[in-house]
Design a protein around this ligand. Structure first.
Ligand code: EPZ
Length: 421
């Protein structure tokens, strides 16, 4: 069973918060520790449930970790090769990131298919095609994925699509592979730059992250050390959207304003006053917004798919009609049915949604996935009255103590334990 949120909405939000470490930076970095035979200390890392799951995979392979405050000490000296079982890979889609590090260290890897998730089928063909181009022999049956990297070599790979995960897996695989590997048409998200910076801080030789071409010059080994992953731009964007739609003044600290230009330009269009500084962004709004005409999700630096559900909540309570096109995932409108229970006027056809501004009211709703759950919290903060949100465990995957942060901003939100019946 999962906890629920009870939110009393209709209040402006005011205040400043420091954003926590980026889930989508920490996950590949923890996976990368599997190829490091020394101790690594990651500072300022919140223990999100997805992070705990990735640490569980490291532990299942004989690695050790210890949580001390908001630091994670990871020691993979004793890591051994074994198959990563389906309970662990099924619980965490991004378990696929362990492929690269295991191939780099042991020249072989065996994982159960991570499978799909709430938002889509989540295929890994781009990961596998890239690994094959680097000489990895892959044996796939419907359950297991066995990779033989004894003939792993440097080479050139051009991705058919700039997949974040495939980019990260190929960088990690090539890091301990002798010679120069050139990866083209790669993803350019800030989290990929952070993985490059982590690997280079541990003795690697990766360049070009943040552009469409990454070069990896293989080294013999990586050494241990300490590292602070970047802050979470999606969590930051979620709080900025909350402040914009509820009215008030909200500042998020710890993120580069460059990371969210696709969002801030849309919020400006809606009438929000934005102040951008090198390491923080402030939104000021009266809560009555002009409808954003169109949101189309794209790979970075386009509008991030992870903010599509949160911005849909904002559009639902704006004035006018707007359109949403979700290009990245085939099932990322599950929050719409729940928003409609709160009075939203949204129609969806395939990957396109039409939003007509409405007055949102409180309701009992259920989170069906991580970012969809966040959009329900935003709608609950906007709507007057008491909104109950079930399925908070989805939200815990990517938002650390969300109720504390929202309360800091003046929102009235309570987390209630649901007794197991
Ligand atoms: C990462 O997922 C993020 N997760 C996602 O965040 C994010 O939405 C996504 O990138 C896009 O930005 C992590 O970093 C842990 P992709 P990933 O490979 O790597 C298709 C969140 O809410 N594709 O860039 O899985 C895929 O189906 C999560 O924090 C293939 O077809 O994303 C999708 O349509 C959700 N074959 C598109 O590419 C492949 O081999 C983008 O996927 C790989 C992907």
């Amino acid at each position: 069973m999962s906890d629920k949120y009870i939110i009393e909405g209709g209040r402006p939000l005011r205040g400043e918060i420091n954003v926590s470490s980026a889930k989508n930076a920490v996950l590949p970095i923890i996976a990368c520790c599997a190829m490091i035979k020394d101790m690594v200390v990651l500072h300022d890392c919140e223990l999100l449930s997805d992070v705990e799951n990735m640490l569980g995979i490291i532990k299942s392979l004989g690695g050790k970790y210890e949580i001390t405050g908001d630091s994670i000490v990871i020691d993979c000296k004793g890591l051994h090769f074994s198959a990563v079982n389906h309970e662990l890979t099924g619980a965490l889609r991004s378990s696929v990131f362990i492929l690269g590090p295991l191939l780099a260290r042991f020249r072989r890897a065996e994982i159960s298919y991570p499978g799909g998730c709430d938002i889509g089928l989540r295929p890994i063909d781009l990961h596998l095609d890239g690994l094959k181009k680097l000489g990895v022999i892959i044996d796939e049956d419907n359950e297991k994925l066995r990779s033989d990297g004894r003939r792993l070599h440097a080479g050139n790979v051009t991705l058919a699509f700039p997949s974040v995960g495939a980019t990260e897996n190929l960088i990690m695989t090539a890091t301990l592979t002798e010679g120069r590997t050139v990866l083209k048409n790669v993803a350019s998200e800030p989290e990929i730059v952070d993985l490059q910076n982590f690997i280079n801080a541990m003795g690697g030789n990766v360049h070009g992250a943040g552009t469409s071409t990454i070069t990896v010059d293989g080294v013999k080994r990586l050494h241990g050390g300490t590292y602070s992953p970047i802050r979470d731009r999606i969590v930051a964007g979620t709080y900025l959207i909350a402040g914009s739609m509820c009215g008030g003044k909200v500042t998020v600290h710890g993120i580069s304003s460059d990371w969210l230009t696709a969002l801030t330009e849309k919020l400006r269009y809606a009438g929000v006053k934005i102040t951008e500084r090198p390491e923080s962004i402030t939104v000021e709004s009266n809560g009555s917004l002009r409808m954003i005409n169109k949101i189309e999700t794209k790979p970075y630096p386009g509008f991030p798919t992870d903010l599509q559900a949160p911005i849909t909540a904002l559009m639902s309570s704006s004035i006018g009609r707007g359109y949403i096109i979700e290009n990245l995932f085939e099932n990322r409108f599950r929050h719409v049915a729940e928003l409609i229970k709160m009075g939203a006027d949204i129609t969806v056809c395939g990957r396109a949604g039409t939003v007509r501004g409405a007055h949102l009211h409180s309701a009992q709703v259920r989170a069906e996935d991580l970012r969809g759950g966040a959009s329900l919290v935003l709608a609950g903060l906007k709507a007057e009255g008491k909104t109950e949100i079930m399925g908070v465990h989805h939200i815990d995957r990517g938002y650390y103590k969300l109720e504390e942060k929202i309360s800091l901003l003046g929102g009235k939100i309570k987390r209630v334990k649901i007794s197991c019946v």
